[in-house]
Design a protein around this ligand. Sequence first.
Ligand code: 5GP
Ligand code: MG
Ligand code: MG
Length: 184
Amino acid sequence: MDQSDVGSDLAEVLLTEEQLSKKLDEMAAQIDADYAGKDLLLVGVLKGAVMVMADLSRRLHHPVQMDWMAVSSYGSGTKSSGVVRILMDLRADLTGRNVLIVEDIIDSGLTLSWLVSNLRSRGPESVEIASMLRKPDAAQADVDVKYLGYDIPNEFVVGYGLDYAENYRNLPFVATLAPHVYGG
Ligand code: 5GP
Ligand code: MG
Ligand code: MG
């Protein structure tokens, strides 16, 4: 399948590459200012946050370290199970570190609220969140996002790291899927 064939799978482009890029510039400038003179460890949540991590970290002037975690709260479908499992843990020791969790999207917020308390229990100096997307209408848990890209409607989206059954992650924009992709 050629990338151009993906077009018929998509319903609507919600955020263009330019819109994402503009927001990344703003988020990086804020992070640079807030962490000036401080140690900073970026924690990316696999696999969805790969694009945000790569693009955000490259805009920072601040020296950072990066580590990765894989957690699972979804199956291959589109609904949160509410049960979070660590599939791959951090290698870094968080004791005394300033940790910034880098995420693709906050949907119910269940995964992140669990993750924040899990990381806080490891003795860091601070734990904050940067997320490119958030669905305010889907919130089931209170999550305090310090650096946010865009609030989006309560629809399932793909692209810019986000998948449907592992597809579409490499789209450089964020889009909704056409009903036929779901079997509709
Ligand atoms: P939450 O626990 O906040 O409901 O979401 C956990 C994870 O589910 C997100 O980090 C993301 O990987 C996935 N997810 C949530 N909403 C969407 C969506 O609209 N599209 C895709 N592709 N994944 C989503
Ligand atoms: Mg994620
Ligand atoms: Mg997924």
